[in-house]
Structures are given as C-alpha cells and as structure tokens.
Design a binder for this molecule. Structure first.
Ligand SMILES: NC(=O)c1ccc[n+]([C@@H]2O[C@H](COP(=O)([O-])OP(=O)(O)OC[C@H]3O[C@@H](n4cnc5c(N)ncnc54)[C@H](OP(=O)(O)O)[C@@H]3O)[C@@H](O)[C@H]2O)c1
Length: 309
C-alpha cells in the first residue's frame, strides 16, 4: 500500500477549494484531505458530499477562520493535539472579494487579513509540521495587476489599516492578491536559502463565474475580462495535478496561470524590497516568533530578502 498523503485546503466548502478537494480525493484513498473552513455546518456538508462523490472516507474538516489570528493559532494547536499526520500539501485558497469592507477583530482590513495575513501565519506555523516534500500553493489572481489601472506599492501599513484614499474596494482586493505573490516569492527564496525542500508556488485560477465568489456580477465586468477568463473545471484539475503529480514536486517560486503552465506576470509582483517589507510587517502583526516556525526562517542575520546581500 502507498503511503498516506495529507493535504489541507483552506476555504474548501465551495468553489475552487471544493472542486480541487474532489479531484484530489477521487484519485485514491491514500490522499487524506483536510477541509479548513470557517463555517462548521458548510464544512460538514462539504465533507459528506465529498465522501459520497469520491468514495474516499479520508476527509475531515477542521475550524479555521483566516480573518482571525486566534482562530489560525487554534487551528495549528488543534492539528498538533489531534496527532494528525505530517502535511504533504497546503492550498491557501480561502478568500473574499473586493465588496467586503471594515476591520477584523484584530483591527486589520478584512480583505488584507482574510486573503493574506491569515495565510501568512497559518503557513509559517504549519511549516514545522510539513514533510520534506510538502507543496504549498497560494491562490492569487491576475487581478493583482488589474486591467487599465496600475497599482503602486503603498507600503504594508496602508493596506493593513487603509485610510480613505484606499477605500476603493476593488483596489484592496487587488493589493491582497499582490500580497499573496510577495508572500509566495519571499517564502520560496527563504526556503531555498535555508536548504528546505518544501516548495511554494502561486496559482491564478482566472475569472470563474461558477463559484460563490462574486454573485450578481454585471455583464459589463465579464466582457472587460474576456482574456482573463478561467474555468472552475480546468483550474481545479490543474491545481490537483500541481499538488499531486511527481512532475511538479521540486519546483518553487512559480506563477501558474489557469493551468500547469508557469508564466511571468507583472513586474511589480517581483519587487524584492516590497516583498521583504510585507514579510517583516506580517511577522510583527501576527507576533510570529522564531521558535514557532522553521529554524532560521526568521531573524536570520545572514539573510536579506531574497538571498544573502
Ligand atoms: N472566482 C473568481 O473569479 C476568482 C478569480 C481569481 C482568483 N480567485 C481566488 O480563488 C479563491 C477561491 O475563490 P472561489 O472563486 O472558489 O470563491 P468561493 O466559492 O466564494 O470560495 C471561497 C472560500 O473561501 C472561504 N472563506 C472566505 N473567508 C474565509 C475566512 N475568513 N476563513 C476561512 N474561509 C473563508 C469561503 O467560505 P464561506 O462559504 O464560509 O464563505 C469559501 O469556502 C480565492 O482566493 C479567490 O481570491 C477567484
């Protein structure tokens, strides 16, 4: 019998997370899939639906709200206390659209914390529970480079606690997806630098109409994004392959575009100082300390951004 592999998917009760869970679970019972969801009722329903559809009984759900530092820390604690196996895959998928406003109970912008900060903390805390061949995939979006409008980096504090100038809703979503890329690339380089074989990549699913993400979207918006369309079926299939097929096991720092093809995207997303600043501020905001993650990943005096200076 093959060795059991465990893959965690955040926000797995609907849309891309659910479809990808199904495509992984249906391959073989050797994949254990953990649905990390904020709503217990939806999570239980998703688990039962997946077991019924795939015949794989190795599906469990655990509470996780990525908009709460306390919930993220509880998730990791629960994971350890339950004695769950080493993690072979983590898909940072949970996300909310630009229509959400307000601050979280931690005092951060709700989109910034849900889409970026919660996943930053979750991933760094889970790294010590991962196998040497673990794969991390961060779900970003090509909206980090919105059509017809250039983003410029405002600095992390302006995104974490936006003032009125940043109140434009769509922009805050775009910035959160840019943060997903900065986190991916910074983590990829840190892992390489400390000689870890864990990989981390980013994935753009494209604009999908058949998820719960943006209900009641106007047709004009859809037309504007024609060349950015994705499909739930194609993107979840590609994502499942990237997480499970041997061919993608040793690759880190890529941006996959709606498929298993990696491309280079916006220049801004490769800005090293911005990525470093986001990383450092995220560690401060989440009060992440050196002993909670992999040795030397934080506060390494020999480390400067994407490699030694
Ligand atoms: N749809 C698109 O066109 C599109 C395009 C590019 C990128 N994306 C990205 O794809 C990812 C998945 O989106 P989707 O289209 O599949 O949308 P979806 O169907 O709305 O799925 C989003 C999932 O995230 C969960 N979630 C939201 N906030 C959460 C929180 N605080 N803690 C834990 N889970 C939370 C949702 O749970 P609830 O059911 O409880 O709300 C849901 O399970 C997102 O990261 C999104 O940015 C989507």
């Amino acid at each position: 019998m093959a060795e059991m592999k465990t893959i965690i998917i955040t926000g797995a009760n609907s849309g891309l997370g659910f479809a990808t869970a199904e495509k992984i679970a249906e391959q073989t019972e050797d994949y254990q899939v953990i649905l990390a969801c904020r709503n217990k009722e939806k999570a239980e329903k998703a688990k039962n639906d997946l077991i019924e559809r795939t015949g794989n009984r190795n599906i469990i759900d655990l509470d996780l709200d990525t908009s709460s530092i306390k919930s993220v820390r509880n998730f990791v604690k629960q994971y350890q206390e339950l004695g769950l196996p080493q993690i072979d895959g983590l898909i940072c998928n949970a996300g909310i659209s630009g229509s959400h406003t307000g601050l979280t109970s931690d005092g951060f912008d709700i989109i910034f914390e849900t889409n970026h900060l919660g996943h930053y903390l979750l991933t760094t805390l889970l790294l010590p529970c991962m196998s040497e061949s673990a794969r991390i995939m961060v779900i970003s979006s090509d909206m980090h480079n919105p059509p017809g409008r250039q983003l410029s980096w405002t600095g992390t504090p302006a995104l974490a606690k936006p003032d009125e100038k940043l109140a434009d809703k769509g922009m805050r979503y775009s910035y959160s997806k840019l943060c997903n890329l900065y986190f991916t690339y910074e983590l990829a380089h840190r892992l390489e630098y400390i000689e870890s074989t864990i990989t981390v990549n980013a994935f753009n699913p494209g604009y999908m109409t058949d998820t719960n993400f943006m209900p009641n979207i106007p047709v004009s918006f859809f037309v504007k994004l024609m060349d950015r369309n994705g499909s739930l079926s194609d993107s979840s299939t590609a994502l499942a392959k990237l997480m499970t097929e041997n061919a993608y096991g040793n690759i880190s720092g890529n941006y996959y575009d709606r498929s298993t093809e990696a491309i280079e995207f916006s220049e801004l997303s490769y800005h090293k100082e911005n990525a470093l600043e986001l990383w450092n501020m995220s560690a401060v905001y989440t009060k992440l300390v050196r002993d909670e993650t992999l040795p030397k990943l934080l506060n390494n005096p020999n480390f400067y951004g994407w490699g030694p200076s």
